[in-house]
Each structure stands twice: as structure tokens, then as C-alpha cells.
Design a protein around this ligand. Structure first.
Ligand code: AMP
Length: 376
């Protein structure tokens, strides 16, 4: 198969969650089929896909069969083993490349790469032992954030340390080792940029957005971020620089902090569609999911213009899903549900978006009011 992928080609997606579901829906609109590789029976992505392989991500026989059935492979899930990735890449084009995934899978590799590419981060040091934790805290100061280098997401695998008395417990509790200690960023806000890059090096990035978390999980995204033009432009420049340095083919989300001095520090990168880009489905002619599919399929990247401002809220766990009837009954709320049968606490079940005329994103009270749901 050659690029650009012709209509009816099959895109293999590793991971069966909502990001895969929304990528598969975008792929279908462009005339492609999606084949999902997931461990989960009845996954959100498989519900809307052409085919599914249900298997462990490290099972060589399943990976071979999956690769044989598809024309290009991409990801919505990053915790695939390095060996699994290499096997897939030996059989079919993997976009983004395994080298990009390896960087994003390991916070030490990620921060070394970012700093090497000229992108500032919080100061950090690797921590392999309790002695190293004491030395790192002495060098970076307190408070500081101790994190696992691998397998952390939504605030899992991290502790904020304020006192050396907490070190032994935190070090013992965080798994898997090794760990990383980061200086605490007293941020003014958190922002992100989602950028696509094609095999020809062309890039297209969505506007810089502002993200608010609740219990370590993304709660609300405001598009655009309410930051100065200079800060927004700095974030865009960082995203471009990182995408280029990675030699990315595909989609990348860059999560950043803005500190009190207006400096932009990268927190982490994810080479896949991102929760902070869901607003693009409703506020842009081509969403992050369409750009994901276009970039891996070798299609031209459309401009990422925003026709509206937007506020997006995640529907998390049982409390989130309880709002669903009210959301459907509230004019102006655009509903998205991911097809998950069980609403466990902390699980992302869906999201809602509300659009505003461009330039008319409301102030703080307006944002809260915009997301209020009609009582049922
Ligand atoms: P992460 O798992 O690295 O995405 O971190 C999850 C959230 O924890 C971030 O979105 C921040 O709100 C907070 N956080 C992570 N690292 C730091 C840091 N170095 N300083 C302050 N807050 C942090």
C-alpha cells in the first residue's frame, strides 16, 4: 500500500478507548475502515469500527495477524511494550514512529528530549533510590512532585512532597520504579496545543487552549486559552519545535504550564489525540481526529481554523453520567457519549461542548453558567 491511503484502506488502531472511537468515526467519514487492537471486550472504539482483535498487546501472534489485516498502524493508547511496537513496525508503517512513543512513554526520556530540543520544563532529576530522592530534593527544593517515569496518567503515580518526613513513604508507594522528581511549578494556568505533522513536514496546529483539572482529571477546556497573544504564540512555537524535533508523522498534544512570569514550561507530550482537543469536533471544520487520520494516511492537512469559541466539560464517573438526561434537555449543549457500560469513579464517560461566537468566550461566571444542565 502506498500513501496517500486510498478510500477503503484499513487503518489499524492500537487501543480501544474513546480516542480510538472518535478517530474511527473521523476515519469512516474519510472513507477508511478501522481495525482496533484492544484487550477489552465491547470497547468504545470497537463499537464503531470495521473489525476488532481482542488480545494482549504483547502477544506476538495477535500483533502479526493485526498487522497483516491493516495498511497503516497508529495508537490511541501509549502503554504498548517496546517489543510489541518493534514487531508491528517491522510489518507495517507505524505512525507516529515507535521512537516517538518510546520518548513519550518515559518521563526521563521525554524531559531529556524536550530540553535537548530547546523546550523548557520544570527542573527535574531522576530518582532511583531513597538516597537519590534526598539529594534531588536538596537540589530542587520543596515542594516538589515525585512521579513514576512510566505508566502514569490522570495524576496516578505521583505525589507532591512538602516535607522530607514524607519521602520514605512516597518512595515506597510509587511503582514502577525508577522515579523522577520535578520542581513544583506554581502555575498561573495549564494550557495545551494539539498539532499534526505530515510525512512531508507540513504542520497544522489548533489554537492554544486552557485546561482545568479536578482530582487530577481534566475537567474543563476553554478554547481559546485566556492568555496573552505572546504566551499563546510561545506555546504554538514550542509545539512546532517539538513536533519537528520528533520528526513526527501524526498527531501530538503538548501539555504546558504558564508560570506567574508568563514563561511556558512543557509538562508532557502525548503522540495521539488528546482530551484537551475534543472541542475541535464542534468548533472547527476539521477536528483533531480528522487531523490524526489525515496525517497518518498521508492526506493534505486542512487549516485548523476555529469557527467558534468553545467550552468543553468531561463527564466523569457516576456523577458525570447522572447529568446525561439533563444535558440532552439543555439547549446548546452538544453531547458526546463513549459507549462505556460501567460508570466507575474517575472513568471518562463522555463530554459536552458549548459553542460561543468567536471572540465571545464568557468570563468566569459565564463559563460556569454555560455548563449548567437543565434539572430533570
Ligand atoms: P501529569 O501526570 O504529569 O500530567 O500531571 C497531572 C497534573 O498534576 C498536571 O496537569 C498538573 O496539574 C499537576 N502537576 C504535574 N506536575 C507538576 C509540577 N511539576 N508542578 C505543579 N503541578 C504539577
Amino acid at each position: 500500500m502506498t500513501f496517500p491511503l486510498p478510500p477503503n484502506a484499513t487503518i489499524g488502531l492500537v487501543g480501544g478507548g474513546q480516542l480510538g472511537r472518535m478517530s474511527a468515526l473521523a476515519a469512516a467519514r474519510l472513507g477508511y475502515r478501522c481495525h482496533i487492537l484492544t484487550r477489552e471486550v465491547d470497547s468504545p472504539a470497537a463499537q464503531v469500527a470495521h473489525a476488532v482483535t481482542i488480545s494482549d498487546y504483547a502477544e506476538p501472534g495477535s500483533l502479526r495477524a493485526f498487522a497483516a489485516a491493516v495498511d497503516v498502524i497508529s495508537f490511541e493508547f501509549e502503554n504498548v511494550s517496546a517489543e510489541g511496537l518493534d514487531l508491528l513496525a517491522s510489518l507495517k508503517p507505524v505512525r507516529p514512529a515507535p521512537s516517538v512513543l518510546r520518548i513519550s512513554q518515559d518521563r526521563v526520556a521525554e524531559k531529556s528530549f524536550l530540553n535537548g530540543a530547546g523546550a523548557a520544563t520544570a527542573p527535574w532529576l531522576p530518582v532511583g533510590s531513597l538516597e537519590e530522592l534526598h539529594a534531588a530534593a536538596a537540589a530542587l527544593g520543596l515542594p516538589a512532585v515525585l512521579k513514576t517515569t512510566r505508566l502514569g496518567y490522570d495524576g496516578k503515580g505521583q505525589r507532591t512532597l512538602r516535607d522530607p518526613a514524607e519521602f520514605a513513604d512516597a518512595f515506597a508507594a510509587l511503582e514502577p520504579k525508577p522515579l523522577i522528581l520535578e520542581g513544583f511549578v506554581d502555575f498561573a494556568c495549564e494550557i495545551s496545543v494539539v498539532i499534526a505533522r505530515g510525512a512531508d513536514g507540513a504542520m497544522s496546529a489548533f489554537d492554544t487552549v486552557e485546561n482545568r483539572h479536578r482530582a487530577h482529571i481534566l475537567d474543563v477546556t476553554l478554547a481559546p486559552a485566556r492568555i496573552s497573544e505572546e504566551v499563546a504564540a510561545a506555546a504554538q512555537a514550542i509545539a512546532r519545535r517539538v513536533a519537528q524535533a520528533l520528526d513526527l508523522v501524526g498527531l501530538l498534544a503538548v501539555e504546558m504550564f504558564v508560570d506567574a512570569a508568563g514563561r511556558v514550561l512543557v509538562n508532557e507530550i502525548a503522540p495521539r489525540p488528546h482530551n484537551s482537543g475534543h472541542w475541535t469536533i464542534d468548533a472547527c471544520p476539521a477536528s483533531q481526529f480528522e487531523l490524526h487520520i489525515r496525517s497518518i494516511a498521508g492526506l493534505p492537512l486542512p487549516p485548523t481554523v476555529r469557527h467558534s469559541d468553545a467550552v468543553m466539560r468531561n463527564l466523569v464517573g457516576p456523577e458525570g453520567i447522572a447529568l446525561w438526561p439533563g444535558i440532552l434537555a439543555t439547549p446548546g449543549l452538544i453531547p458526546h457519549l463513549y459507549g462505556k457500560t460501567e460508570a466507575r469513579p474517575g472513568r471518562k464517560m463522555g463530554h459536552v461542548t458549548r459553542l460561543f461566537p468567536k471572540g465571545a468566550l464568557p468570563g468566569e461566571f459565564g463559563v460556569q453558567a454555560a455548563l449548567e444542565v437543565t434539572k430533570q
